[in-house]
Design a protein around this ligand. Structure first.
Ligand SMILES: Cc1cc2nc3c(=O)[nH]c(=O)nc-3n(C[C@H](O)[C@H](O)[C@H](O)COP(=O)(O)O)c2cc1C
Length: 376
C-alpha cells in the first residue's frame, strides 16, 4: 500500500448516515449547473447522464446531493435551474434517480427557495421576489439565454399570513421529490437564500414571531424541516448551513450561538445529517473558525442528530485526516466532482485530479458537463 492509499483509508470506509447506507465517506456537494430543459425547468437525459457518471458509489459519490432545486416558481432565482414541484419536473427527475440507482448510487434532492436572490423576470407575474424584509441584496443573477449578469431585484417582505404558504411549498416539494424517486432530501439553509435570510440579523428586521430573537429568526427553518417530516422519515432528511459566511450577506455576528442553537433544534428532530459549508470560495480556514465548527458538531450529535458532513476546500488527504480526527463523518466535494466523475477511485489510487473549467460551470450543453472522462 502506498502512503497516499494509506492516508485516505478513513475516507473510503462505509458510513450509516440516518437511513442512508453510504458506501464511503465521499459525498458529492450540491452543484448548480443551469442545464435544465426549457420551458418548465425540467431535468432531462443530459442531466441523467451527468449524475449517472458520478453515481457508482465505489468509484464516484457514495451519496449525491442534487443541485439546488427550486420548490416553486417563487423560489427560483436563476435561469435554467430545475424545479421539483410540477408533474413534468417529477417525470424528468425520475430519469435522473433511475440512472443513479442503476449505478447502485444514492441521491437526495436539495430543496431551494432563493428568497430575495431573484429577479422580477423570473417571478410569477413579474412580481417582486419575497424576503423576510424589503432589503435588496448586493448580488447578481442571470435571467435568460444570454446568461448576462443582472443585479437582483428589490424584494418585498413576506406578510405573516403568507408564511404557512411558503412552508406548504416545501412540504409539496418534499412529496414531489419522493414521487420522483429520490432517496431523501436536503433543505438548503445556507449560502444567503431564504432560510438564511430569516436567520441572519442583517437581512431580517421583522418584529413578528419570525424576527428579533434567535429563536424567532430560526423559526422558519425549523418549521420547514418539521413540515417535510410529514413526508419523509427524519433519517432521510438533511439540512445545509454556512455558518462562517459566504459573501452574500454580512457574516453572522455570533456564529457559535446562532448555529449551535439551530444544530441543536435540528438534532432534536432526529435529522439524518447536517451538511456544513465550512469554508466558502478560496477563503482560508483560520484557527478562530475551529471552535465554531466544534460547537455545531457537538450540538447536532448530542441532541440526537445523525452524520456531520463537512464541505469546503477539501482534497483526499485533508478530508481523510478530518474524518480520522472525528471532526467529520463524511466530506462532500464540489468542484472536484465537476471535473472528476471517478473522484473516489482517484483517491483510492492516489491519482492526480483533473482541473475544472470555470467557464462551463453554469449553462450550456454537454461541454464541461458530461465531457470529463474517468480514468481507464
Ligand atoms: C458551480 C457551483 C455551483 C454550486 N451550486 C450550489 C448549489 O446548488 N447549492 C449549494 O448549496 N451550494 C452550491 N455550491 C457550493 C458547493 O456546494 C460547495 O459548498 C463549494 O463548491 C465548496 O466546496 P468545494 O471546495 O469542494 O468545491 C456551488 C458551487 C459551485 C462551484
Amino acid at each position: 500500500m502506498t502512503e497516499t492509499q494509506h492516508d485516505v483509508r478513513s475516507l473510503l470506509a462505509p458510513l450509516t448516515a440516518g437511513a442512508l447506507k453510504s458506501a464511503t465517506r465521499v459525498w458529492m456537494a450540491p452543484l448548480t449547473r443551469s442545464r435544465s430543459r426549457q420551458p418548465g425547468d425540467i431535468p432531462w437525459e443530459l442531466n441523467a447522464e451527468y449524475y449517472a457518471q458520478r453515481a457508482d458509489p465505489a468509484r464516484g459519490a457514495a451519496v449525491i446531493v442534487s443541485e439546488a432545486t427550486q420548490i416553486s416558481q417563487q423560489g427560483k432565482g436563476y435561469a435554467f435551474t430545475p424545479g421539483v414541484y410540477s408533474p413534468e419536473q417529477v417525470e424528468g427527475w425520475k430519469l435522473v434517480t433511475n440512472a443513479v440507482h442503476e449505478q447502485g448510487g444514492l441521491i437526495v434532492a436539495q430543496l431551494w427557495h432563493v428568497g430575495r436572490i431573484s429577479h422580477t423576470a423570473l417571478q410569477p407575474n413579474g412580481g417582486k421576489p419575497v424576503a423576510p424584509s424589503a432589503i435588496r441584496a448586493n448580488s447578481h443573477t442571470y435571467v435568460d439565454d444570454s446568461m448576462g449578469r443582472k443585479p437582483v431585484s428589490e424584494p418585498r417582505a413576506l406578510e405573516l399570513d403568507e408564511i404557512p404558504g411558503v412552508i406548504d411549498q416545501y412540504r409539496h416539494a418534499a412529496q414531489a421529490a419522493k414521487d420522483a424517486g429520490f432517496d431523501g432530501i436536503e433543505i438548503h439553509g445556507a449560502n444567503g437564500y431564504l432560510l438564511q435570510q430569516f436567520l441572519r440579523r442583517s437581512t431580517n428586521k421583522r418584529t413578528d414571531a419570525y424576527g428579533g430573537s434567535l429563536e424567532n429568526r430560526a423559526r422558519l427553518g425549523i418549521e420547514v424541516t418539521r413540515a417535510t417530516l410529514d413526508v419523509w422519515g427524519a433519517d432521510r432528511v438533511g439540512y445545509r448551513i454556512s455558518p462562517l459566511g459566504e459573501g452574500m450577506d454580512d457574516p453572522d455576528d455570533h456564529p457559535s450561538e446562532t448555529y449551535g442553537y439551530v444544530s441543536t433544534e435540528l438534532g432534536k428532530l432526529g435529522l439524518g445529517f447536517l451538511h456544513v459549508v465550512e469554508q466558502f470560495g478560496d477563503a482560508a480556514r483560520t484557527p478562530e473558525t475551529e471552535p465554531v465548527l466544534a460547537t455545531i458538531r457537538q450540538a447536532f450529535r448530542e441532541s440526537g442528530g445523525g452524520a456531520y458532513i463537512a464541505n469546503g476546500g477539501y482534497d483526499g488527504p485533508t478530508a481523510a485526516a478530518r474524518i480520522a480526527d472525528d471532526k467529520a463523518d463524511a466530506v462532500a466535494f464540489g468542484k472536484a466532482f465537476i471535473s472528476n466523475p471517478d473522484l473516489a477511485d482517484r483517491f483510492r489510487r492516489g491519482a492526480d485530479l483533473a482541473e475544472w473549467d470555470r467557464g462551463t460551470f453554469y449553462g450550456g450543453g454537454a461541454e464541461g458537463y458530461t465531457t470529463y472522462p474517468a480514468l481507464s
